[in-house]
Each structure stands twice: as C-alpha cells, then as structure tokens.
Design a protein around this ligand. Structure first.
Ligand code: ZN
Length: 226
C-alpha cells in the first residue's frame, strides 16, 4: 500500500472513532439532560387555601398582594360573612380565585343533624351564587368533619389539606411562614385563615419564597381533578 493511502485510511478511522465516542457520550448524558430540562420547565404546583373569611380589610389586603404576585388561591368562605361583605367576594371572583363553601355559621356538620347539615351548605351556596352567578362545587367542612352520604345530593366535593401550620396559634407571621416553608412539597394544599393579620402577611412571604424556588400556585381544582 502506498504511504499516502495508508495515511488517509488511518485518518478516516480516527475520525470515525472520535465520532463514535462523541455519540456514545451524548447518549450517556441524555437522561441527565432530560431531568435538568424537566426540572427547569415544569413548575411544581401547590395550592394556598384560606378559610373562615371574608374579613373586609384583611381579605382585601390579601387579595391585593396575591394580584400583585399573579397568584390564584382558594377561599372557603363562611356564608354569613359572604352575605355581610359581598363586594369582597366579587373582587375574589373577578380576580379568578376559587370560592368554596365553609358552611353558613361555621358549624361542625356531623354534630348538627341531617336537616341542618344540608341547610348550612345550601344557604351558603345560595349567597355565593347570588353574588357571583356561580354555584360552588367544593366545600371545606369546618374541622374537617364531613359525611360522604350527602355528597352526591349536594353536588359538592370536600377538600381537606396536607399542610396545617396551625396559624391560629402563631403569634407572629414568621412562625406561620417557618412552619409552612420548612415542610412544604409539590402538590401540597396549605391551610391558612385570612382572619389573622399574621397569616395574611405570612401568606405573601410564603408566595415570594416558593415562587423563587420554582413553585406555581394553583387553585385546588387543578390539583384534585386530574
Ligand atoms: Zn374554619
């Protein structure tokens, strides 16, 4: 074989080897790259829920903060409060939050008998649908006490929670904030009450911190109905 031909063959084999090695390397790194991609582009979803409102000043303060941050939350409101402050419910609705039932007088449903059980829920649904034109389909039963027997007839889906910082026994917003951000994970439903200033302040700090960690805040229907 003449010298230059040998040299060409040698060069060709070398190029082939480099190409094969590069392909192999790319193949090996593929799962790693896919994982990095999904972490960067698919946000971790989470839901903030607020019970017992609306309270005119605090709930408005909360709604303003959520609007500034582009966050949708879920509000389980007490019928008599909604009746007293329909304008707050209107803003809540216009801002795109989910509005759910939390009974008319904040009663423990399993303690009041069948008739009162249904009445508490229907009265609240009636007040809310009069204000927003929409009948709620979600209920958070006070104290988490529910009877599945009436679920179908009332056409309501109960929503409990996965993170409860016990905000009612925190005397600072820092306490609520710490209890949430140190335990929270993807798909959690966080329970807060918009009747405490500490909870409203904490909620907005929680949003800022979790948004920076790549969380996306959604309403509970988006987490539950999939
Ligand atoms: Zn409650």
């Amino acid at each position: 074989m003449e010298k230059s031909r040998k040299w060409k063959l040698f060069l060709g084999a070398g190029i082939l080897a480099v190409y094969a090695f590069a392909s192999l390397l790319a193949f090996w790194r593929m799962p790693e790259r896919a994982a990095a991609w999904s972490e960067d582009t698919v946000p971790k979803r989470i839901a903030l829920t607020f019970d017992d409102g609306p309270y005119p000043n605090l709930t408005r303060q909360l709604l303003d903060g959520l609007r500034e941050r582009g966050v949708k939350a879920s509000f389980f409101v007490v019928g008599e409060n909604a009746k007293a402050y329909p304008d707050v419910i209107e803003t809540m609705y216009e801002d795109g939050h989910l509005i759910g039932n939390h009974t008319y007088h904040h009663v423990q449903l399993t303690e009041v008998g069948e008739e009162k059980f249904k009445e508490e829920i229907r009265m609240t649904n009636a007040v809310l649908s009069e204000i927003t034109g929409e009948t709620p389909t979600f209920i958070r039963p006070p104290y988490g006490s529910w009877n599945k027997k009436y679920e179908e007839e009332l056409n309501l889906f109960p929503v409990l929670w996965t993170v409860d910082p016990l905000d009612w026994c925190c005397n600072s917003s820092q306490c609520v904030y710490q209890r949430v951000v140190t335990t929270v994970k993807e798909n959690d439903i966080i329970l807060l009450h918009d009747c405490y200033e500490t909870s409203v302040t904490a909620a907005l700090s929680i949003v800022d911190s979790l948004q920076a960690q790549g969380y996306e805040f959604v309403t509970v229907d988006e987490l539950l109905l999939e």
